[in-house]
Ligand binder design. Structure first.
Ligand code: CA
Length: 224
């Protein structure tokens, strides 16, 4: 999952980038409207975090131009409450608004919620299908029973096949409120063990969820 951050103030941009990276996202940064539009044309993004108050080309105009040919989810950051009211009236097509100043975890939570809303209805692999909205996993059309946390961990991994996710990233993506849970790295290991038991033909020699020693876990498409 790739997120474009558009913010002219470097310290703010760096904090946003750090938090979103820690949550497991790839991040690209732009300091101006034109730079953002250029990046947007060059690569595909799953979400855009867009500051309203940019020098030169405003966030409003950037939003309008992106919306002209894309439905990519956009979170608009606004400096004042009045700005938000005005923007809602303008109906620019931003999907969410956050008022500055905000706590970075709020941005992460809203980004995750928005990405979840825009998630594909179904992830399909050779013999496994995952339906995020229904929270259902089937293997060769046979239902696989998982707890909510186990489902979220599997989904986080399967959304980015081949990419290693650390235990911290899995923690962030699998609990709605990671800070509110007494969860530790080893908790993730226990969940992975349970998912393997449910999914792997031979849990002692896993093929779907691979351990990457010293780093974390990765989902591999069988037959890949
Ligand atoms: Ca700004």
């Amino acid at each position: 999952m790739k997120i474009l951050i558009v913010e002219d103030e470097a310290p703010i941009r760096e904090v946003e980038a750090a938090y979103l990276k820690r949550a497991g996202y790839d991040v690209a940064e732009a300091a101006t409207g034109p730079a953002a539009l250029e990046l947007f044309e060059q690569s595909k993004f799953d979400l855009i975090v867009l500051d309203l108050n940019l020098p030169g080309l405003s966030g409003l105009e950037v939003c309008r131009r992106i919306r002209a040919d894309s439905l990519v989810p956009i979170i608009m950051l606004t400096a004042r409450a009045e700005d938000t009211d005005e923007l809602l009236g303008l109906d620019l097509g931003a999907d969410d608004y956050i008022k500055k100043p905000f706590k970075p975890p709020i941005l992460v939570a809203r980004a995750q919620a928005l990405l979840r809303r825009h998630a594909p209805a179904r992830l399909e692999f050779k013999d496994i299908a995952i339906e995020p909205a229904a929270m259902r996993v089937t293997q060769n059309n046979r239902a696989i029973a998982l707890t909510t946390t186990q489902f979220n961990i599997l989904l986080a991994l399967a959304k980015q096949p081949g990419q290693v996710l650390t235990r911290d990233q899995l923690l962030d993506q699998s609990y709605d409120d990671p800070a509110g849970h007494a969860v530790f790295d080893r908790t993730i290991d226990a969940h992975i063990k349970a998912i393997r038991k449910a999914l792997e033909p031979d849990p002692a020699h896993p093929v779907y969820i691979q351990t990457v020693i010293g780093r974390g876990y990765r989902f591999r498409e069988v037959g890949e």
